[in-house]
Write a protein that binds this ligand. Structure first.
Ligand code: FE
Ligand code: FE
Length: 168
C-alpha cells in the first residue's frame, strides 16, 4: 500500500454509499411511471404511482441527510440499480400483452425494493455508529416505506397467483 494514500474511514464509506442510493433513487423515480403505465392490475398500477410519490420523499430525505453532514447532495453512478432497472425494462418488452406481465413487473419491483432496503439498513446503522442521530432517523423512515412497499408487492403477487389459478 502506498503510504501517501489517505486512510479511508467509515465517514467516507457512509458518504459514498449515500451518493450511491441518491443516484439510485433518481433513476427509480424515472422508472416507476413506466412500470405504472405497463401494469395491468389497477391495484398494481396504483401501488407504483403511490410509491413514485413516496420516492420523491426519499430523495428529499437524502438531501436532508447530505445537509446534516455538511456535504453537497451528489449522486455517484450505481451500476447495480442500472442493471436491475434494465432487467425490468426487458420484462416490459418481452412480456408485453401477456397475462404474465404483472408477475414480471412485481418481481422486477421487488428486486429494486430489496436493493434499497439493503442500502438504507446499512446507512441507518452506520449513521447510528457515526453519531448522526437525526440522519439515522431519516434513513430509518425511508427503510420502513421500502419494506412496506415490498410487503404490498408480495400480497399483490399472491393475489395474482390466485387469479391465475382461477382462470386456469
Ligand atoms: Fe426509495
Ligand atoms: Fe422504493
Amino acid at each position: 500500500m502506498a503510504s501517501t494514500s489517505k486512510e479511508m474511514t467509515l465517514d467516507d464509506l457512509f458518504l459514498d454509499t449515500l451518493k450511491d442510493i441518491y443516484y439510485a433513487e433518481k433513476q427509480i423515480v424515472k422508472a416507476l411511471p413506466k412500470m405504472a403505465k405497463a401494469a395491468q392490475d389497477p391495484n398494481l398500477k396504483a401501488g407504483f404511482e403511490k410509491h413514485r410519490d413516496e420516492t420523491d420523499g426519499h430523495i428529499e430525505r437524502l438531501e436532508q441527510v447530505f445537509e446534516l453532514i455538511g456535504k453537497p447532495a451528489r449522486g455517484k453512478t450505481c451500476d447495480a440499480i442500472l442493471g436491475i432497472l434494465e432487467e425490468g425494462k426487458s420484462i416490459i418488452e418481452d412480456y408485453k400483452g401477456t397475462i404474465t406481465l404483472d408477475a414480471g413487473l412485481i418481481a422486477a419491483a421487488q428486486a429494486v425494493e430489496h436493493y434499497e432496503m439493503a442500502r438504507y439498513g446499512t446507512l441507518r446503522t452506520w449513521a447510528q455508529q457515526l453519531g448522526y442521530r437525526e440522519a439515522a432517523k431519516l434513513l430509518e423512515t425511508t427503510l420502513l416505506e421500502e419494506r412496506a412497499t415490498d410487503q404490498t408487492l408480495t400480497k399483490l403477487a399472491e393475489a395474482g397467483g390466485d387469479n391465475a389459478k382461477a382462470a386456469a
